[in-house]
Design a protein around this ligand. Structure first.
Ligand code: BTN
Length: 264
């Protein structure tokens, strides 16, 4: 790990404490180490590139220089299940941040926490929690990766980058982090005051595939049905082809055209 020269350090609201790094394995591991040492809520570990970026469900995360990679330490006073709503808070704040730094462009959300630009994935969010010995929440690590300049060219991935979708090339990862930090703050304070409702509604207004046929891949089965709703815990409600409803807390969603393109 090396420490950067920081040519363009983002200006974050004072509740954040920025830890700006150059190359790391994963900002999740750096943030975990700091959280274990007692780092306060709002500590934000930002890296220019990652050599071992991690995604959801054990996947890797393509992390070359030019994109945005950070992990925010949170210590919410909420039960672990409720705190998981913060990943939706972050997805909506990231969608709003992209809207702030770019010309009008279609931002949608794919369950659980992907942000899409013109239907392709531009950002992903990884939430990891650690419980205290008494079972209460000790800290949450909120990891965000955004393809600002680059995206993986794997044909099965349907990924994109902000620059590829027409966001001006002078919009940098630091600009996006600044915008995110403000939107996240305002969304979190609304979440504390008013609960999950406002963020759930904002997410649903731009939800990809809502009301449509989707495929959900679980570890041991693949389900097909209609994406009916997002429940008050952030679970996806799927109406199976036979009419039965399933409540899904973890899995990989494929929108119909993606499922067809994957060819399996
Ligand atoms: C996903 O699979 O969609 C979640 C991707 C999360 C990637 C971010 S990049 C910053 C942080 N560090 C990591 O290793 N992963 C998260």
């Amino acid at each position: 790990m090396t420490v950067p020269e920081q040519p363009e350090a983002p200006r974050l609201p004072p509740v954040y404490r920025l830890v700006a790094l150059d190359t790391v394995g994963s900002t999740m591991e750096e943030a975990r180490r700091l959280a274990e040492e007692g780092a306060e809520e709002g500590t934000l570990v930002w890296a220019q590139e990652q050599t071992g970026g991690r995604g959801r469900l054990g996947k890797g995360w393509h992390s070359p220089r030019g994109n945005l990679y950070f992990t925010l330490i949170l210590r919410p006073e909420a039960p672990i299940a409720e705190a998981a709503q913060l990943s939706f808070v972050a997805a909506v704040a990231m969608g709003e941040a992209i809207g702030t730094v770019s010309p009008p462009i279609e931002v949608t959300y794919k369950w659980p926490n992907d942000v899409l630009l013109q239907g392709s994935k531009v950002a992903g969010i990884l939430l990891e929690s650690r419980a205290a010995p008494d079972g209460t929440l000790d800290y949450l690590l909120l990891g965000c990766g955004v393809n600002v300049a680059h995206f993986p060219q794997d044909l099965n991935l349907t990924a994109t980058s902000m620059h590829y979708e027409g966001v001006p090339r002078d919009v940098s990862a630091a600009d996006l982090l600044e915008a995110f930090s403000r939107h996240f703050l305002s969304r979190v304070s609304r979440w504390v005051d008013d609960g999950f409702g406002p963020v759930r509604r904002a997410w649903l207004r731009h939800a990809a595939g809502l009301g449509e046929a989707i495929e959900v891949r679980l570890p041991r089965e693949t389900l097909t049905g209609r994406f009916k709703d997002l429940d008050s815990d952030g679970c996806l409600l799927l109406e199976l082809d036979g009419g039965e409803e399933r409540r899904i807390s973890s899995g990989e969603v494929y929108l119909t055209e993606q499922a067809n393109a994957a060819g399996d």
